[in-house]
Design a protein around this ligand. Structure first.
Ligand SMILES: [Zn+2]
Length: 297
């Protein structure tokens, strides 16, 4: 492993009405009754990443990200799916219909993993290497199914233990690492979400609502600590997080509403400043990172 620093920006491509916290009020069967906002929001992100791909103040910055897209959306937005790949980003799978892996039978899980991979490959024309589980809900046996379904890597492990749905993995400290990537089995990797470890505690620092809540100056200190310790930082977000005009779900519990809606109007600008001020790190896709880390060629 070289001494470069890497920032892995990942986008879970799903719309505001597909999130787990709203499932009680917006079941899968009603998805077709909502107008899609994700296409416009994802296009905004693509333009936004491209805006760094030109010379800026004498230094060049190339921002390539990984987009984990729902099969359900790829089917409805084939143009967007292709465009993500054509603009130099990596396209990966977030499953078909955002069902928690932990709630599916092994058989249904395997179907979902294989179906979403094949669907996105057929639409985009590129091979899919990566998978991210809805709500980061994985465990060792789910990882085994992901590997069996033909993926090169998973990026769903979040070590922050206080969130009820996040998955658990056994003995992660004993697994061989390439950079931050854990070699779960021969030729199959887990690229975990970045968190900060301080005095035996784990603080969630990977993005999402935490990125929207924590002031940028403070967030950046954490990113620097992670980059210094690990050499790579894994960040995740959703297109709806830059969409302050999305419809409001007033039925949801106050805590879910707070988490979902806080600072939506400030996130695009904050993301811009986060990327712009991150000097000395390369913004690469997950697949490329595995190459740089020496895991794959
Ligand atoms: Zn998701």
């Amino acid at each position: 492993m070289n001494h470069e620093k890497y920032i892995l920006i990942t986008v879970d491509v799903e719309d505001w009405f597909q999130v787990e916290n709203f499932k009680r009020w917006i079941p899968y069967s009603s998805w077709t009754s909502y107008a899609l906002r994700v296409e416009r929001n994802t296009s905004k992100l693509l333009d936004f990443f491209d805006s760094f791909n030109t010379q800026k103040g004498g230094r060049e910055k190339s921002v390539k990200a990984t987009f984990f897209i729902l099969g359900w959306l790829a089917e409805r937005l084939p143009g967007l799916t292709r465009e993500i790949a054509e603009r130099g980003h990596e396209i990966a799978s977030h499953g078909y219909g955002h069902e928690l892996c932990t709630k599916l039978t092994r058989e249904r899980l395997a179907q979902d993993l294989i179906r979403s991979k094949k669907l996105i490959e057929d639409i985009s024309g590129v091979e899919i290497s990566g998978y991210r589980a809805p709500s980061f809900a994985i465990d060792n046996s789910i990882l085994e199914k992901i590997r069996e379904s033909g993926y090169l890597y998973d990026s769903s492990y979040n070590s922050f233990a206080l969130h009820g749905r996040y998955g658990r993995l056994k003995n992660t400290d004993r697994i061989k690492k390439n950079g931050v990537a854990l070699e779960i089995a021969d030729g199959f990797y887990e690229i975990p979400i970045s968190n900060i470890k301080i005095g035996g505690h784990t603080l969630p620092w990977g993005g999402g609502g935490y990125f929207r809540m924590i002031p940028l100056w403070c967030f950046k200190i954490g990113m620097k600590l992670i980059l210094r310790a690990e050499g790579a930082y894994m960040f995740y977000m959703h297109p709806w997080e830059i969409d302050p005009d999305q419809p409001r779900m007033n039925q949801a519990a106050p805590f879910f509403r707070f988490r979902h809606y806080i600072n939506l109007d400030k996130t695009a600008e904050k993301l811009f400043r986060m990327i712009d001020s991150s000097t000395g790190a390369r913004f690469v896709t997950c697949r490329k990172y595995l190459e740089y880390a020496g895991a794959v060629t």
